[in-house]
Design a protein around this ligand. Structure first.
Ligand SMILES: Nc1ncnc2c1ncn2[C@@H]1O[C@H](COP(=O)(O)OP(=O)(O)OP(=O)(O)O)[C@@H](O)[C@H]1O
Length: 232
């Protein structure tokens, strides 16, 4: 079974032109996929549809075989908390909460992730191990997240997305604030951490220099018929 499957998905924002028309797109378990496209081409919109945050008026998105549209709003929130780790463009850490508590948040929102972290050696231990693997040393773990550098916060956000081994990790331009050296180091750490957790990674960026890190590279225009009509 694929981790994620899209079928005949169409979407437009109210009052706008058609934004997405994606006949088919799938992510296999454990693969790392780089999705790129220019600014404004619909990448973040597609991610919101894949994560069940937006509902498509036409078509279907299935996560682990289950269609988002079979679930209530609360049901979608729970399935997302259980199975999806999300790294946002502006990493969305809770600024006054410590680094460690930020990483443990998904375990508070999802019993499934708490249990998986527990089975992997304990929630706290798992969070600390992830932080260590992502190069965040112990002296930073109890500091408020807002006192860390941008690059450090990005790595904390990655640890939070990975805790409790979600089947799918979605990253939306998480390296936009990093210089080239830190960006490559972050990519290596993120991919290694996903590999260890067995998580499928969908990484979205307009920066095609990142493509070489991934098993598969997809241009949004190649799966989106709206872009093909515009460029035809
Ligand atoms: N909340 C919204 N309401 C109305 N239109 C929106 C909304 N969000 C995005 N759009 C429109 O949808 C289109 C795609 O935007 P989207 O943010 O998905 O692109 P993107 O490829 O992620 O861009 P970027 O790389 O700049 O983040 C744009 O034309 C944008 O103006």
């Amino acid at each position: 079974m694929n981790t994620l499957e899209v079928q005949d998905l169409r979407f437009r924002w109210p009052g706008g032109e058609p934004c997405l028309d994606v006949p088919a797109f799938a992510l296999a378990p454990g693969e790392s996929v780089f999705l790129h496209g220019p600014s404004g081409s619909g990448k973040s919109t597609l991610l919101s549809l894949l994560a069940g945050v937006l509902a498509p008026p036409v078509g279907e998105v299935r996560l682990l075989g289950r269609s988002w549209d079979t679930l209530s709003s609360a049901g979608r929130d729970q399935v997302r908390a259980d199975h999806v780790g999300y790294i946002f463009q502006q990493f969305n850490l809770l600024p006054y909460l410590s680094v460690l508590r930020n990483v443990l948040l998904p375990c508070r929102l999802s019993k499934a992730r708490a249990q998986r972290a527990e089975r992997a050696g304990g929630e706290r231990e798992t969070a600390q191990q992830l932080l260590q693997n992502l190069g965040i040393e112990a002296s930073l773990w109890h500091r408020p997240a807002s006192t860390l550098s941008v690059g450090q916060q990005q790595r904390v956000a990655a640890a939070r997305a990975l805790v409790g081994q979600p089947e799918l990790v979605i990253a939306d331009e998480p390296t936009s604030a990093l210089d080239a050296e830190r960006r490559d180091a972050f990519m290596h750490l993120l991919l290694a951490a996903c590999g260890r957790a067995g998580s499928t990674l969908l990484f979205v960026s307009h920066d095609e220099r990142l493509a070489s890190h991934f098993q598969r590279v997809v241009a949004l225009r190649d799966i989106n018929r709206v872009a093909q009509r515009v460029s035809a």
